[in-house]
Write a protein that binds this ligand. Sequence first.
Ligand code: TYD
Length: 217
Amino acid sequence: MNRLFISVEGIDGAGKSSHIDAMAAALRAAGHVVCVTREPGGTPLAEQLRQMVLHTPMDALTESLLIFAARRDHISRVIQPALARGDVVLCDRFTDATFAYQGGGHGFDLDVLGTLERWVQTQQGQDGQAGGALMQPALTLWFDLPAQVAAQRLCGARVPDKFEAQPQAFFEKVIAGYARRAALEPQRFARIHADQTPEAVRAEVLAALRNRGLLSA
Ligand code: TYD
């Protein structure tokens, strides 16, 4: 069922958002019904939590709890029903972002994040007991870009949120967090070399979808 669950990741400024619409269009043209969604967010409650997480100062545990609360609501109300219908779910960020930003960027305890991940992303976790298969994307497109290049791209683009306002050193640690996750599950990750022209990046993205049988060759 999770074969159709795709997440898109990368540091702020990596350019993932501009490619998500194109991915959705290509998948729809191939006959898929596509649910485009995002984290934190994707439901009315989760979007409220997003506003708090992005704009209110808080410690890393509080931030992680709110993000996972948003994720639980999102999984049960949007992601699981869409996958059960046979739709492709294209999610702008998922749990790898928590390991990268809260774990890597803020240095928060990865074991606690792992516990929250199991609680929130298992069927049994929905009933209060963690266990069973982990709800995880089948494919994660990681837009990998040096932090310095991302900073130049973001410079003056818009009023930054809490994360976008972080110094370059923070994003170096976020990248290291993504790299750790990718090393643990290399079969799930497709690393996109985001420091290229939009056309070249798009070609890599479409190739990753073709490799997984989501688009025909
Ligand atoms: P982003 O996805 O970049 O949206 P936009 O393009 O509209 O700015 O913004 C979400 C921010 O939330 C981003 O800076 C990363 C952060 N974030 C976390 O810190 N942890 C998480 O688990 C998730 C999903 C996002």
